[in-house]
Design a protein around this ligand. Structure first.
Ligand code: 5GP
Length: 192
């Protein structure tokens, strides 16, 4: 998606350790007009697929998923929580996820009443690197008996293995910008 690639080129900051900062428009300050265009693009790419629910993970996925939901008949958005919360009542799906940016392990949790057997789920997230976050969300769908119809990603780092691995498993992964390479010294970012 050209518009997203242009914004990443203009405003993205490449950090050592293969981290791309896009917090001026994607995951700290939020450009909702861009989010809407991203939602339109996913709606086009996933057209014809039944979507009962959008599943994402806190925190950065929530805004993107909520705006995208307006392009999928205002379907409900459920976000996985990253740690045990006293607000949850014991009836939960739980999966372990390794955090790429923080280098630690998290438990992701979805209350069972918000994800049901046979529901068609579109997973949305901001970044795809090694695919650990998505593994956790897929595992939660499997526990629920829900069907993963597709995975919509804003920025995939194509030089990391998550996207290839998930596509080889048969998932329909639609990334709106796929970074081929990036250089922390020069700041140069190239797309596939
Ligand atoms: P994965 O689990 O695929 O390795 O990493 C995905 C998660 O890590 C995303 O939900 C995102 O929050 C975070 N992440 C991974 N790589 C980057 C990056 O380069 N920049 C930012 N801002 N977040 C990243």
């Amino acid at each position: 998606m050209r518009e997203l690639e242009e914004r990443i080129k203009q405003e993205g900051i490449v950090r050592e350790g293969n981290v791309l900062k896009v917090d001026s428009f994607l995951n700290h300050q939020c450009d909702v007009a861009l989010y809407a265009d991203m939602g339109d693009e996913w709606a086009r790419r996933f057209s014809g697929r039944p979507v009962d629910k959008i599943l994402t993970i806190e925190a950065s996925g929530i805004g993107i998923a909520c705006v995208a939901a307006t392009r999928f008949n205002n379907t409900p958005v459920v976000f996985a929580r990253k740690s045990q919360s006293i607000n949850l009542d014991g009836e939960q799906y739980v999966a372990r996820v390794h955090s790429y940016t923080h280098g630690n392990d998290n438990t992701v949790i979805v209350a069972k009443r918000f994800l049901n057997k046979g529901e068609h789920v579109l997973i949305i997230d901001d970044f795809l690197a090694n695919g650990c976050a998505l593994d956790g969300l897929i595992e939660i769908c499997e526990q629920a008996g829900a069907i993963v119809e597709g995975i919509g990603i804003a920025v995939e780092k194509g030089f990391q293995p998550g996207g290839k691995r998930l596509r080889e498993k048969g998932f329909d992964v639609q990334s709106l910008a796929i970074v081929k390479s990036m250089d922390a010294k020069t700041g140069k970012i190239e797309f596939e």
